[in-house]
Design a protein around this ligand. Structure first.
Ligand code: ATP
Ligand code: MG
Length: 230
């Protein structure tokens, strides 16, 4: 089905909380939605060995955030290129904005186009659970498809379901780097949530598996759509 009203949704959630998984389920459900993942864009830049990619790789390797100015430019360019900067487009952003500065920059680029982010959902997953399952995560880098050997295994072991290409481990999915990413997320989350709470668009769904979170997320979106509230 498709949504009646344009939905511009941000998913906030700790690394490994399943933003990518929720996004692909929403894309399957709602035909007029598109998505963009900042992590996927960065990994594509790294694979292409572009200047931005080489710079970003250093930060990512150390579990640090890529500087705001780099991210804002990268994502704005991408949004512009895809023709999403208008009041009619529906999209999900996964992983951007990640800081309050990025959130302010996104708002600034949308306002002249008469668009706003109309829904922000925090995926609240127990961080001990996350730490355990990150070890079982494998990805198909060209598409950003994510698999979990326990919960969501590929049909053929270590191969992408659609292309049959090999899956790989992300180099930043190690226990040490992962803890840094988690700490960094917790640091930025407060100010980011405050920004969107003040704008009246912040929601939260809790659960420890993607299967328990997804129905809540979908219900939230359908209710808003029905109420013409977005
Ligand atoms: P997950 O993909 O499990 O949700 P994550 O959110 O930590 O975890 P990605 O979104 O794939 O991972 O991002 C990987 C890395 O890319 C981050 O650790 C960070 O270094 C960098 N990055 C991604 N998005 C941003 C952003 N908006 N601002 C700054 N750095 C970013
Ligand atoms: Mg991700």
């Amino acid at each position: 089905m498709s949504l009646v009203l344009p939905l511009r949704l941000l998913l906030l959630g700790a690394p490994g909380s399943g933003k990518g998984t929720q996004t692909s389920r929403l894309l399957k459900r709602f035909s007029n939605l598109h998505s963009l993942s900042s992590g996927d864009i960065l990994r594509a830049q790294i694979a292409a060995k572009s200047e931005v990619g080489n710079k970003a790789a250093e930060f990512i390797k150390n579990g640090k955030l890529v500087p705001d100015s780099t991210m804002v430019e990268l994502i704005n360019t991408e949004l512009e290129l895809r023709g999403w900067l208008n009041e009619a487009s529906s999209w999900i952003l996964d992983g951007f904005p990640r800081t309050r500065t990025q959130a302010e920059a996104l708002r600034k680029v949308l306002i002249p186009r008469k668009a706003t982010v109309n829904m922000v959902v925090e995926l609240d997953v127990d961080q001990n659970v996350i730490l355990e399952r990150i070890e079982a995560r494998w990805v198909h880098v060209p598409s950003g498809r994510v698999y979990n050997l326990d919960y969501n295994p590929p049909k053929v072991p270590f191969k992408d379901d659609i292309t049959g290409e090999p899956l790989t481990k992300r180099s930043d999915d190690t226990a040490e780097v992962f803890q840094k990413r988690l700490d960094q997320y917790n640091l930025e989350l407060g100010p980011l949530k405050e920004f969107y709470r003040d704008l009246g668009v912040l929601h939260r769904v809790s659960g420890n598996t993607s299967d328990t979170i997804y129905p809540k997320l979908e219900r939230l979106i359908l209710e808003k759509d029905k109420k013409n509230d977005i």
